[in-house]
Design a protein around this ligand. Structure first.
Ligand SMILES: [Zn+2]
Ligand SMILES: [Zn+2]
Ligand SMILES: [Zn+2]
Length: 123
């Protein structure tokens, strides 16, 4: 007889091999994975790392939009993080930008922006 252990609740069982002892455990495990993932940035960094990086960039360059010169508190990735996740925290790949210029850089986000301003506000 082989003994199996539930990956979620650590219950042991032996009737048939599977990862989780019951459906509920499978659901809970999936849910927690999803949550852990959503608390990371698109480049796979923690929000803490990302905020620290952003703060540094703003401090070094000043809170001025590099496109139009007004006060700015956002950073924009020249090469998009979706395609170059490894460049997310690389200073050469970001510019300081104001919200208006940022929207122009991401016309595809305009729709999302209407629904939630959170994303484009730079988290
Ligand atoms: Zn279980
Ligand atoms: Zn601007
Ligand atoms: Zn951007």
């Amino acid at each position: 007889m082989r003994i199996y252990k539930c990956n979620w609740c650590n219950n042991i069982f032996w009737d048939k091999p599977r990862k989780y002892c019951k459906d509920e455990c499978r659901k809970l495990a999936r849910e927690s994975k999803r949550k852990a993932k959503s608390s990371l940035t698109r480049g796979g960094h923690t929000l803490y790392e990302y905020r620290k990086f952003k703060k540094e960039v703003l401090k070094e360059r000043g809170c001025i939009c590099q496109k139009c010169g007004v006060e700015a508190k956002l950073i924009h990735h020249v090469k998009p993080v979706s395609e170059y996740p490894e460049l997310e925290l690389v200073k050469d790949n970001v510019i300081v930008i104001c919200i208006n210029c940022h929207i122009l850089c991401h016309p595809e986000l305009l729709v999302k922006f209407m629904k939630s301003s959170l994303y484009i506000m730079g988290k």
